[in-house]
Ligand binder design. Structure first.
Ligand code: B12
Length: 237
């Protein structure tokens, strides 16, 4: 018996894990298979399920369910939601969470590319026509499911229709070129009083699906966290 397709799941939709993709492991390119094999054994599993959030719904659900008071609220919420999806809507399937639980690096944006969600942007966060840059990967699961693999979103990159490249003109570290240099971005964020410490001027200037932009609290949360990582990275270097 087959359970509820991720795309039909009310648990995932209500939790704001509103982007789902199903891949057959046997159809993934060898480099992607190798990246997955490096994280976990795939024996006995047929499919890879990718879950992401788009827009504000997930943050509202995380806050509403009381997760914000503890550590790693989004990871805990995502794991609990995916676990609930399998327990309640897909109880016969065997599955294993690879991300965020398993240590190791999965190329999330490359998986997003396969789903048609990721188009490279000058500010290095993936962009698409449905969510702009306001989405992120929340869980990756191996499962013995037999869902119909998802057709990739086949919209072209929204950046192709953005000749003004307002993201680049809003970014204080871009002098020339078409991409934001990571080192200069990190240096800028660490400056005292930097406007880039708690947000990203390039990302918030991007006109694509601006209505899906996170609210101030969510922006402050994510950028606060990445600023801590950047600071540690710099101190270790
Ligand atoms: C490491 C990492 C970072 C590091 C980047 C430093 C570094 N050494 O590369 C830091 C901590 C800075 C970071 C920050 C953020 N990250 Co980050 N990060 C990752 C991670 C874990 C690995 C990326 C990687 O190294 N890929 C491998 C290399 C070989 O790929 P690459 O294509 O050469 O380069 C990547 C990075 O180096 C980075 N990068 C390279 N150059 C530059 C330049 C700039 C200016 C920026 C911002 C990034 C950047 O982006 C590339 C794409 O992954 C991924 C998750 C994953 N497992 O993929 C998330 C990921 C790329 N991050 C993500 C996000 C959202 C962010 C933040 C916006 C979070 C936030 N709100 O603060 C910020 C960016 C803001 C900023 N301006 O700093 C999302 C992107 C979602 C999307 N829609 O595409 C991901 C996919 C995580 C997720 N769960 O969804 N991140």
């Amino acid at each position: 018996m087959q359970g509820v397709d991720p795309g039909e799941s009310s648990i995932l939709a209500e939790s704001g894990l509103n982007m789902q993709a199903v891949f057959n492991l046997s159809e993934l390119a060898p480099e992607m298979r190798a990246a997955i094999d490096a994280v976990a054994a795939t024996t006995g599993y047929r499919q890879l399920l990718l879950f992401a959030h788009g827009g504000r719904r997930m943050w509202q659900a995380v806050a509403g369910a009381g997760y914000l008071s503890g550590e790693h609220p989004i990871d805990r919420f995502s794991v609990d939601t995916v676990t609930r999806y399998f327990d309640e809507e897909n109880p016969v399937s065997r599955y294993q969470l690879l991300y965020p639980q398993q240590p190791g690096h999965l190329p999330l944006q490359q998986l997003g590319k396969l789903a048609g969600w990721h188009h490279a942007s000058p500010f290095r966060i993936g962009v698409n026509g449905r969510w702009g840059s306001w989405f992120a990967y929340r869980a990756v699961v191996l499962a013995d499911t037999i869902f119909t693999p998802t057709l990739a979103m086949d919209d072209p990159s929204p950046c192709l229709h953005c000749p003004e490249k307002v993201c680049l003109s809003a970014c204080p570290v871009v002098s020339a070129g078409s991409e934001i240099p990571l080192d200069a971005c990190m240096d800028e964020r660490l400056k005292w009083g930097s406007l880039c410490a708690g947000s990203c001027l390039a990302r918030t200037a991007c006109p694509v699906m601006r209505g899906e932009c996170y609210d101030d609290e969510q922006i402050a949360y994510h950028y606060g966290l990445s600023l801590v990582t950047v600071r540690k990275h710099r101190e270790a270097a």
